[in-house]
Design a protein around this ligand. Structure first.
Ligand code: ACO
Length: 430
């Protein structure tokens, strides 16, 4: 990593600041000493210009629409790889050899069951509880069930906790779904691959044989690959911030799930599908486009726009192809939602407002239609996102723990409240 300097003039002081260059992407101005030298903080709400860490995991070029995991383009991983191989890559930094892959798959598979007492934990929730609420609680609760892997200073415990989380997320996600529809939990079956196993745990019932559809399993596996990591997004930054205090990994991932739930982040696929349903037919699209452009209307086109991508989200392209594969496989020829989606995309891509603001479809625009066709209710969409993103959160959390420069994350503020004033008793307040 090369290093130069830049000069910042504040008040009458001139400060030399190091400029650090990464392998690709924008360089950063190192302002860590700025407060000590000038008594000033920097101000960047929403962190639009702030790099919070160094990372070797994921690279995004939002202007060009590029996404790399450990240097590998997302298109190549989605086309040729599988999700567990992607997990290995994100965790260890390299693609596995055949033997390493077999060993990793075996280790993850051997951790798929959850402590049987977790079953009783579920009974405490209302049947209509949102599965994301259940996931936040259950993943946080794993630290109570697997306390033997919560010592973050022990690399071996960190790796066991990582394996446990990658392996148990599908089991917990399927349990949350089964609980919501009043069906018995289906235990994992270890001769199935990761994603087929998850589909079976969601859709099998004890009274009949369940045969996994390989096309759907491959499509869902690809969706997991697309969602596996996305550098320092809101939920990942939440995980890093929670982890910076030394909190155990299960608690940190629970914090990430809570953050992901919001409609501006992982909740957008649920919101995008609801929006397509609300629009209903292509002839109603112009009305909704007008609403999205109206500054006095809070409505936004869900599944459009991204903080980082100011070009077509590369994941959205793959997702669009996957959507067609799934609908073809299921024989869904005329899906009104897809008609609305295709038309909406065409209109928005040509509309001056969206072109000027560089608002392109993001991954959530198409993922909802695909997951719905597979049989998942909308309330499960963000859960599937959390399942896939767990490996990214863990890889980023581990990288942070292993970083010798790691300190507790503690942003500063620009205070705009009242200056110091004296307390007045109730009797004296006018
Ligand atoms: N529909 C209409 N207008 C939009 C949209 C949209 N979906 N997104 C952004 N804009 C407009 C904003 O009103 C703003 O206009 P202005 O400059 O005239 O004030 C401008 O585009 C920039 O938008 P910001 O909100 O400042 O951009 P930011 O980077 O903060 O937000 C976000 C990005 C949250 C994704 C936003 O585009 C959005 O709300 N999109 C819809 C929700 C969504 O699809 N989220 C999924 C994100 S991807 C993911 O988490 C996997």
């Amino acid at each position: 990593m090369s290093s130069t300097t830049s000069t910042l003039n504040v008040d009458s002081k001139s400060v030399e600041l190091a400029v650090k260059a990464g392998t690709i992407g924008p360089s950063v101005v190192d302002i860590s000493k700025l407060y000590g030298q000038t008594g000033m903080f920097t101000y960047d709400p929403g962190f639009t210009s702030t790099a919070a860490c160094e990372s070797k995991i994921t690279y995004i070029d939002g202007d060009e629409g590029i996404l790399l995991y450990r240097g590998y383009p997302i298109e190549q991983l989605a086309e040729h790889g599988d999700f567990l191989e992607t997990c290995y890559l994100l965790l260890y930094g390299e693609l596995p050899t055949a033997a390493q892959k077999a060993d990793f798959d075996y280790r993850v598979t051997r951790h798929t069951m959850v402590h049987d007492q977790m079953n009783r934990f579920f009974q405490g929730f209302r049947r209509d509880a949102h599965p994301m609420a259940i996931m936040v609680a259950c993943v946080g609760a794993l630290s109570a069930f697997y306390h033997d892997s919560t010592d973050i200073s022990d690399p071996q415990q960190r790796m066991i906790a990582s394996m446990r989380m990658i392996a148990k997320m599908p089991t917990l996600a399927a349990m949350a779904y089964k609980y919501s529809i009043g069906q018995p939990f289906v235990y994992p079956q270890n001769d199935l691959d990761y994603t087929s196993n998850f589909l079976r745990m969601c859709f099998a019932v004890p009274c009949e044989e369940y045969k996994v559809n390989p096309v759907l399993s491959r499509a869902l596996d690809r969706i997991f690959i697309l969602h596996a990591d996305h550098e320092q997004n809101a939920s990942t930054s939440t995980v890093r911030l929670a982890g910076s205090s030394g909190a155990n990994p299960f608690a940190c991932i629970a914090a990430g799930i809570a953050c992901l739930w919001g409609p501006a982040h992982g909740g957008a696929n649920e919101a995008a599908l609801k929006m397509l349903e609300e629009i209903g037919t292509p002839d109603r699209i112009p009305h909704y486009i007008a609403k999205a452009k109206d500054k006095n209307d809070p409505f936004r086109l869900m599944g459009f726009g991204h903080r980082v991508y100011k070009n077509y989200d590369p994941r959205a392209r793959i997702m669009q192809k996957t959507t067609h594969e799934v609908l073809n496989e299921l024989g869904i020829k005329d899906d009104p939602l897809l008609d609305v989606a295709v038309e909406l995309e065409q209109i928005a891509l040509k509309d001056e407002y969206f072109v000027e603001k560089k608002l392109y479809p993001n991954i959530d625009f198409y993922s909802g239609i695909t997951l719905k066709a597979m049989g998942f209710p909308t309330s499960m969409f963000t859960v599937l996102f959390a399942l896939a993103r767990t490996v990214g959160w863990i890889a980023q959390w581990s990288e942070m723990i292993e970083d010798p420069s790691q300190r507790i994350g503690r942003p500063r503020q620009l205070y705009i409240g009242s200056p110091k004033r004296d307390y007045v008793t109730v009797a004296q307040r006018g």
